[in-house]
Design a protein around this ligand. Sequence first.
Ligand SMILES: Nc1ncnc2c1ncn2[C@@H]1O[C@H](COP(=O)(O)OP(=O)(O)OP(=O)(O)O)[C@@H](O)[C@H]1O
Ligand SMILES: [Mg+2]
Length: 390
Amino acid sequence: MTAEDVGGERARERALLQAEKMETIGRLTGAIAQQFSELLGAILQRAAALAQSSPPSRDLDELKETAQRGAELAHKLLGFSRHKTLDLQPLSLTEYVREILDTLRRELPGNIEVQFEADEVGGVVEADPAEVRQILMSLVTNARDAMSKGGTLHVEVRRARLGAADRPLHAWIEPGSYVSVAVSDTGTGMNAATLARVFEPFFTTKPLGIGTGLGMAMVYGLVKQHKGFVHLYSETGQGTTAKVYFPAVYRRMPLEADSEETLPGGSEAILLVEDDPTMRSVAQGLLEKVGYRVLAAVNGEQGLATYRAHRAELHLVLTDVIMPKLSGFQLYESIRRDSATIKVLFMSGFPAPNYRKTVGLDAAVAFVTKPWTASELLARVRQLLECSPR
Ligand SMILES: Nc1ncnc2c1ncn2[C@@H]1O[C@H](COP(=O)(O)OP(=O)(O)OP(=O)(O)O)[C@@H](O)[C@H]1O
Ligand SMILES: [Mg+2]
């Protein structure tokens, strides 16, 4: 077993433990929610009957409202515990998400900029439109709350293929074709303690009356019920990306059909600059497997030094954006002063509102969203290498 395999194995164990924990909480919550849902239903019925037979009363109105709030809570818990009956239908996710976002953006404060991006050819999934809307609303609400001082909300819909090569970064995957919806913000981000509990029902860091801690629990349950996955990527002070994968309707592929030989490769030399050791080793392993020669650097400064020592052989620089000391953008600026043509591919989990400001109309630059999938990263690398220099 290589170090990479051991790391992957650990990640899978952790994912499995986490899934088991969520299963148990889900069963318990589901049973409680079902009981309460019935009780509250009965209370609401009686209140309605009473309202018909007696004169108007404030107490009665408030009783109804309170019971209604209770019923909504129970409803959310049922979503988490996968006791919802889904109305599954073929759904073109790109159009649908764009539509929902158009209504949601009107409710967002003016200091939040909304961006939307999607593949030209969208993907079709089998999903319950009402629940997809619910999932998006929860994610967008969280993004809004995390950006109380304003920021950028970026929503991206992409077709994604997940295969064996993605195991190290996506421990939970079932290989196949998916359509992913990524909701990113430039807000507060989450620390490790929050990240570990974010899907638990009633886990909230918000003041009483603002959050109930059910949003992400519901997202988790609903996505699971759609046979999908949700992946979070967050850095304190930088932002958060929540990426939801829905299985694509057509073309569910067996593992073999999705192995490395279908991943695009090459023989060019690539400078990889990434401070996260897992990301770095996964990216390096992947690029080398498909034929590239890789020089790796652990931060921006080292990246620049490596670039200067090897500039003649390099074809492309693949760099993280947020790194201590020298950021990916600063690295880019230094490199551009030296070479006008070398290709630069940024990878980041968060929307970069100043990205176009930094790179202008530079066509030798592209962007890939973290956490990327193997096919996504390699396709982007190939595309950029093949686009003609200006
Ligand atoms: N995009 C985000 N950025 C920063 N923190 C987040 C983000 N999304 C979730 N969190 C953290 O996870 C916690 C749980 O989120 P969740 O949506 O389940 O509950 P909530 O937003 O607190 O309440 P509710 O969704 O029920 O109104 C939040 O309180 C917050 O600390
Ligand atoms: Mg929430």
